[in-house]
Write a protein of this length. Structure first.
Ligand code: ZN
Length: 141
């Protein structure tokens, strides 16, 4: 009876885990060579029908599939004006908040996008972020 062959921990990689890379764990020779120069995440084991799966390494496509955007800096500008007309007409279009965010999608390039926030949502949104703020850093209001 021979030993079970451990698979490379990189998600979707079918190669045999013949190498060890700190702190990622058991990987194939190709990933031992390429991972150190890349962004990757070792995701904890998740419970499934068959028990706890081995931790999985997310890189490239798997990382982008998380659809996570890392905020690169707090936004510091907001646009509110009445210079646009919308079709179909929107209520209170003149008071919407347009806030640009600089982000980097995990496994991808930096980009920016503008989040449009309707005025009636702003108090709840502000309260939500204040609740998440670490206790030792009072919000600057
Ligand atoms: Zn691999």
């Amino acid at each position: 009876m021979h030993e079970a062959v451990e698979a490379c921990r990189v998600q979707k990689c079918l190669n045999e885990a013949s190498e060890y890379l700190m702190p990622a764990g058991d990987v194939c020779a190709e990933h031992k060579a390429t991972l150190p120069a890349k962004e990757w995440i070792l995701a904890g084991s998740e419970q499934s029908a068959t028990g706890y799966a081995q931790p999985t390494i997310l890189v490239d496509e798997s990382l982008r599939a998380l659809n996570e955007y890392v905020l690169l800096e707090p936004p510091d500008e907001v646009t509110r004006d009445g210079s646009r007309q919308y079709g179909p007409p929107e209520d209170d279009f003149y008071s919407e908040y347009r806030i640009p965010f600089r982000v980097r999608r995990r496994g991808d390039e930096e980009r920016s996008f503008t989040l449009v926030i309707r005025p009636e949502m702003m108090p709840a949104l502000a309260a939500f972020f204040c609740r998440q703020s670490p206790g030792d850093v009072p919000p600057d209001v």
